[in-house]
Each structure stands twice: as C-alpha cells, then as structure tokens.
Design a binder for this molecule. Structure first.
Ligand SMILES: *Cc1c(COP(=O)(O)O)cnc(C)c1O
Length: 648
C-alpha cells in the first residue's frame, strides 16, 4: 500500500534522501557564488583572503558557531513533524523540491512586492497562482473572460482576508458609481438594488464603467475617476460609506459555525464587526443548507445585504467538507431573486485534495474514476462538493498545509481577475491601452496583496514543486491518495479495535471522515458523566501532546484533541453519540446544544504511515500503544476524580 513513487519526494522520516538534498544544496550554493563572482569579474574581492586569520574575524566566527550550535541543540526540542509517529496537527514532512528551491533562492533574496525587486520569482508566484487555479477548475486562459487569478499570501488567514476585501470592494462599487452619477452606463435604480447585485453583475458594471472611461479624453477621465473614487468605500471607510447611504445596512457574512477563527479576525479588520459574521448551523459537522436557506430568506425579507457565504473544504478541526455545490446553487438562485453574494471556499486545509480530481490534461475525473483506488473515498456528495469549487467566486488554499511546503505559503484565488483592479493601491487602473487585457497589469503584486515585501523564495518553492509534481492525480495526487488510503486503513482497524475494548472503554468514531482527518471519542465503561469523560480525555491528551521541556523520544506518538460542540453536530447527532459512548445526554435542548465533548483528533498526513518495506503499520502500532496506556490513564483518572481533584 505504500507507494514507491513517493520515495524521492521527501527528505524522509529517517533522512533517507539526505544524499540527494546535500548534493543539491552544495551544487546550488556554489552556483550562487559563481554568479556573484561573474557579475563583474573585474571587481576584485573586497574581503581579503587572509581576513580569516585576523583575531576579530576568529572571535566573530567563534561566537557565530557557538550560537548556531546552541540553536541546533535547542531545535532538537522541535516537534518531529516528519515522523510517522506524529498524528497531531496539519503538518508533516516537507517536499524536497520545495525545500531545495527555497534554500537555493534564499541567498538571492528576491522580494515579490514588485517586478523590479523580483524579476524571476514574481512570475513564479503568478504561475503558482495559475497552477492552483487550474487545479480548482477555474478557467486560466488569459485570452478568455473570465480568467482566474491567484497570488500567494503569508497563509490562509491573509487569503481569507483578501477574499473579504475583494467581495466588499465589488459590492460597494456600483453604489459609488451611482453616487458619482456616471453617465454612459446603465446604473441600478436604487442604492439598495446596487448593493444587492450579484458579483457577476457588479463586475460587469465595473467593466462597463471602465470601458466608458477609456473612451473619454484624459482630462475627462481624470475628473470622473476622482468623482468615483471620492464615493468608494476605500476612500470613505465603511462607516463613512454607510453614513452616506443611510438606507444601506452593514452586509453580513454567512459561515458555518466551526469556521476558522481567521473569519472573525477578518470581520474585525475590515470594520464589518464580528456581529455581522452569521453562524450557519451544521448538521453532521457540515454546513446545513436548510439553515443557510432560512437565513438567506430572512436576509431577503429584511433587506439585509449579504457579502459572502463561506464553505469550508476540509475543516480545520474535523476535516469535513461543506456542500460547496449546494452553496453555489443557493447563490445562483438568490441572485435571480435580487440577493447577490459571493461564494468563497476556505480550502486552506483541503485544497490540494483537488489534485485527485484532475486528469493530466486538466479535465475533471469522475467520482468512479477517483474512487477506483479507494474503498470509500470520495462519497458522492464529497465529489460533488469538490467539483463545485470551480463555480465559486474565490478560494483559499494553503501550500504550507496539504501542499507539504514550508510555512509562509498561503494562496488566494479568484475566478474572475478583472475586479482585482479595485484593490490596487493606486487608482490609476486605466485600461487606456485597449490592447491591454483586463488584469494584465497585475505584475505589481504588492499593490494588490495585503502583504508588502514578501519572500520570493517561497514563490520559487511553490512553483517549482508544482512543476516537478503537477497538480493532477498522477503526480501530486499520489501524496493525497496515500494519506486517504491510510485514513481508510485506520477506519478499518478501528472497527476491529473498538469491540475488543468494549469491556473497559467505549470507542466511537463520531462522524465519517470526508478526507484525512479522523476523530475518536473514548469513554471509560460505566461513566455516564460528560464532564468526567472530558476530564479523562484531557489526561489522555497529556500523554500525546508535546511537552516543551521534555525530550521528544519520551512520547511514543504525538496527537491532538479537539472539542465537538452540540451546536455544530446538531442535537440529535450529539445525543446519539453520547448514548453510544454510554454518556447521559442532557434532557434540556439548550444544554444539549452547548454540550462540549473532547475527542482525539488525528491528522493523517504522513505518506509513510503504512510502511510495507519494513512491514510496519504505524496506525496499528498507535492503537496498540493506546490500548496499553488507556488503562493507566483510567487508573489515574478514577483515583483523581474519586478524590474530587479533576483537571480543568
Ligand atoms: C489553517 C486554516 C486557516 C488559516 O490559515 P493560516 O495559514 O494558519 O493562516 C483558515 N481556514 C482553514 C479551514 C484552515 O484550516
């Protein structure tokens, strides 16, 4: 079951590919030095060869070495993300192409804020964006409209913020056009109507206005542009913009209850306020389309504008996949009824799973073709949700999660690049040259991105990785396939394991995994109290979590926990789960809603969990180890809780 194609992909759990990495690093460090020497070979060395014999040189070197040794020693206390024993958070080994490309690029230190500071890696960032856009199914031919666009960010948080910013900009623009009284373009009849336009119509209006402006004399164009800009939310601020249009309300963002906290951060940063982040109920840990529908109907009835509906592809805590297809259908249906909003897919975690859905020529693989390799993946609704990402308005994907690349690599993608111009930091977004394609001036990325200076080395890492391992099922998809197979194997192991423990522990998988995250709930037999069960799990967690002070070898395995919440699971599902665990569900509906249950959370990202070379199944070993420590933890727990000194 382990895939030999993956052997050269990583440094390896044992550092197996050290020879390759070392060779590459030495080769390209030398190459960099030759580049320095050959820029102007007539310039002599400024640092004399004999400098190294100077006492101050030697003192410096000794201090440097001492500090590096200290750092290197301290780093041994790092979390062993590369190990098959690490089943905790969303990180694993790093792909060799990315690691090598990043280290190779570092001494050149390109800054992707603009082409001037990054003649090479800025193009690579644009390429990486388009590679990801093609993977999600967006159209990427710049001769066509719409054509997608993508750029890298520091992470998913910043990409989500960029999505909010773009949607807000597009939403407010038609209102600004009305306020400016732009002639020559057919404008919506009222502010409310302008504010409720579907994304596509708002973008069309923006393009029509730009086309009209392009036909004016430079002087006229300047005047009109100044008038429009004076009415834009970017100029007035959200408070000023709404004050200027008293009939408009702050738009809301609809997101599932377990959405990542970056959404709350984004609402605060944009001045939308957390009160306008509306939690859509979940059913079985996935966004509940019925509740979404109710909330949209409520917004429509109250004239409440909606900025965006967020769907999550691979939730941070549970790996569950929201019905993106249903979200896009809701958007289209409500657009026809005059309630326009954007659909954003937060695929920070699950984005790269989409590589499994692509053939080498970029076409979509049908569910049965994808499923041939697996026992259960992808369930039909999961395939439908993943295929529908192509119909969303924007997407967040983190190369530093399932892309196996170093931290500092997120990505923002949008299906239509034209409105990106609204984010430009200077308002000279003129399509004056009619041969210039919309969005063709996106080379000054720093004017559109939230970040200013940002590392070109990361862009090189992402782009080179995607070139070596194209984002299709034959290449990058193989890594994802290995992790999904491991998850299915883990599920199978659990169905044998749980009954064996029944006498002493109730073990339940609380919901079917959609991808490669799997949670397990455990309760000591005979315990009916939820609080005591959580206390037990906290004690178990301590055996699995990183102790910053301790050497790492004292942990046999590394895991993490999370909390299931009644409001996210739904009351019925929560009550059923509690009963299966032998726990007493609260009689009161309100109490059931607010029930919190701690569970083990396993991120199965390591591609070598099923090591057939040595005949080791690390998941089996993990369960054997759990089986060994569970009675110990129970012993500690029952004596502590009997004397009333529970952990809190
Ligand atoms: C990780 C994650 C984020 C935040 O991304 P960062 O890279 O940590 O900023 C947002 N949404 C989801 C679903 C995530 O998993």
């Amino acid at each position: 079951m382990s895939d030999p194609a993956l052997y050269p992909y990583f440094l390896g759990p044992y550092g197996e590919n050290d020879g390759l990495l070392e060779q590459l690093l030495v080769e390209f460090l030398r190459d960099h030095v030759y580049w320095r020497r050959n820029l102007h070979p007539e310039d002599p060395p400024a640092i004399p060869t004999m400098a190294r014999y100077r006492p101050d040189y030697q003192a410096f070197e000794s201090r440097l070495r001492q500090q590096l040794h200290q750092l290197s020693a301290a780093l041994k206390r790092s979390v062993p993300f590369h190990s098959q024993r690490y089943l905790g958070h969303m990180v694993s080994d790093l792909l060799l192409p990315g690691l090598a490309a990043q280290i190779l690029t570092l001494p050149y230190n390109p800054n992707n804020v603009s082409e001037e500071a990054a003649p090479v890696t800025l193009d690579m960032e644009r390429e990486a964006g388009m590679q990801l856009a093609a993977m999600v199914g967006y159209a990427v031919d710049p001769r066509q409209v719409p054509c997608a666009f993508g750029h890298l960010t520091s992470g998913g948080t910043s990409a989500n913020l960029q999505a909010l910013r773009l949607a807000l900009s597009v939403k407010c623009y038609p209102v600004a056009l009305r306020a400016a009284g732009l002639p020559g373009v057919e404008l919506p009849g009222s502010d409310a109507e302008a504010f409720m336009l579907p994304m596509e119509q708002a973008i069309a209006l923006f393009c029509a206005a730009e086309a009209w402006l392009a036909g004016q004399s430079p002087r006229e164009r300047r005047i009109w542009r100044r008038r429009i800009d004076a009415e834009r939310v970017e100029h007035l601020g959200l408070a000023g913009f709404l004050a200027a249009h008293p009939r408009l309300q702050t738009p809301v963002v609809l997101a599932p209850a377990t959405a990542h906290y970056s959404w709350s951060k984004g609402m605060k940063l944009l001045g939308l306020g957390r009160a306008h982040l509306v939690q859509v109920a979940e059913r079985d840990m996935r966004l509940d389309l019925d509740d979404l529908e109710r909330r949209l109907a409520d917004c429509a009835a109250r004239g409440q504008p909606v900025l965006m509906a967020v769907g999550v592809l691979g939730s941070t805590e549970f790996g569950t996949i929201d019905p993106i297809d249903g979200l896009c259908e809701a958007r289209d249906r409500w657009a026809a009824r005059g309630l326009g909003f954007a659909v954003h897919v937060d695929a920070a975690w699950g984005g790269y799973l989409l590589s499994l859905l692509r053939n080498e020529d970029g076409t979509l693989r049908a569910a049965d073709a994808v499923g041939r390799e697996f026992e259960r993946f992808p369930r039909p609704e999961v395939h439908a949700a993943m295929a529908a990402v192509a119909r969303s308005d924007s997407v967040t994907i983190d190369p530093h999660k399932l892309g196996y690349l170093p931290y500092g690599a997120g990505a923002f993608l949008c299906r239509d690049r034209r409105p990106m111009e609204l984010l430009a930091e200077f308002a000279d977004y003129v399509f004056a040259d009619s041969s210039a394609l919309p969005g063709s001036r996106l080379q000054h990325l720093g004017r559109y991105e939230i970040e200013g200076s940002n590392p070109g080395a990361i862009a090189a890492a992402v782009c080179v990785t995607h070139r070596v391992l194209p984002l299709d099922a034959k290449h990058f998809g193989r890594i994802q396939a290995a992790t999904l197979s491991a998850t299915e194997a883990f599920e199978d192991l659990l169905t044998e394991w749980a009954p064996r423990l029944r006498e002493r522990f109730a073990v339940v998988v609380p919901f079917r995994p959609d991808c490669n995250l799997l949670c397990i709930a455990i309760n000591p037999a005979g315990n009916a109290d939820i609080g005591r069960c959580n206390d037990f799990m906290q004690r178990l967690r301590r055996r699995l979590s990183i102790d910053p002070a301790a050497p790492k070898a004292d942990r046999s395995f590394f895991g993490s926990t999370t909390t299931l919440r009644g409001e996210a699971m739904g009351q019925e599902a929560m009550a059923a789960l509690l009963r299966r665990l032998g726990l007493e569900p609260p009689a009161d509906a309100e109490d059931l809603e607010s029930t919190r249950l701690t569970v083990l959370r396993h991120t199965l990202m390591n591609p070598f969990l099923l090591d057939e070379v040595n005949g080791i199944n690390y998941l089996q070993r993990y369960l054997a180890w759990l089986e060994m420590i569970l009675p110990e933890v129970e012993c500690e727990w029952s004596s502590a809780t009997a004397t009333g000194s529970g952990v809190h």
